[in-house]
Design a protein around this ligand. Structure first.
Ligand SMILES: Cc1cc2nc3c(=O)[nH]c(=O)nc-3n(C[C@H](O)[C@H](O)[C@H](O)COP(=O)(O)O)c2cc1C
Length: 188
């Protein structure tokens, strides 16, 4: 089983990175093949809305940037762990850019034009936030889960790691086992 992680944070050594990599570690211990990318190492443009990806030519997204590597990785992956810090009560700009660029690859059911996929990719959404109240942005997390379900992901879990302003994720002893468990649960 191949599981990939996308860290949509500008901080390579930050909380989101720690959480995503810990989830992948749990999956790896169960025998999965894992790999992660951090947005700080990638050059990914926002979607141009040109719709070339859906013009019937099958050429995919025409923007020739690092998203092409992620499209390829997703093509071969069984599961995706998408991590984002909460910025102003929402996903980061990086996570939004990644999500918008999925338009070229995913068949959203919000249009009758698209066909449903036979096998859905498993998805774990992992948010980290400064505020200690993990329910503070619950409506947004629920909405985002629904949005990814519309994009035909099999959303397995929405992880919210709160309280990062008090202690960084890497110093939170309680998180180690919990995050690894999220990863191991992804492995069949
Ligand atoms: C621009 C910005 C906006 C943020 N907005 C929120 C917020 O709305 N709610 C919150 O609880 N934390 C907020 N935070 C704190 C981050 O979500 C938190 O520190 C997160 O763990 C950072 O992840 P990272 O270490 O991967 O960068 C914000 C941080 C930044 C830099």
């Amino acid at each position: 089983m191949k599981i990939i992680g996308i860290i949509a944070s500008p901080r390579k050594e930050g909380n989101t990175s720690w959480v995503v990599n810990k989830i992948l570690e749990g999956a790896k211990e169960k025998g999965a093949e894992t790999h992660s990318w951090c947005f700080s190492d990638l050059d990914i443009e926002p979607c141009r809305g040109c719709l070339c990806c859906h013009d019937g030519s099958d050429r995919g997204c025409i923007i020739n940037d690092d998203m092409q590597e992620l499209y390829d990785a997703m093509e071969h992956a069984d599961a995706l762990v998408l991590g984002s810090p909460v910025y102003m009560g929402q996903m980061s700009a990086q996570a939004k850019i990644f999500t918008d660029r999925l338009f070229a690859q995913i068949s959203p059911r919000f249009s009758p034009h698209y066909k449903e996929k036979v096998t859905k990719m498993k998805l774990v959404l992992a948010f980290t936030q400064g505020n200690p109240d993990s329910g503070m942005f619950q409506e947004y997390f629920d909405y985002t889960k629904k949005m990814f379900q519309l994009l035909e992901f099999d959303v397995k879990e929405v992880v919210v790691v709160a309280g990062m302003r008090n202690k960084p994720a890497c110093e939170r002893k309680d998180l180690d086992t919990a995050m690894k468990h999220v990863g191991s649960a992804l492995v069949l």
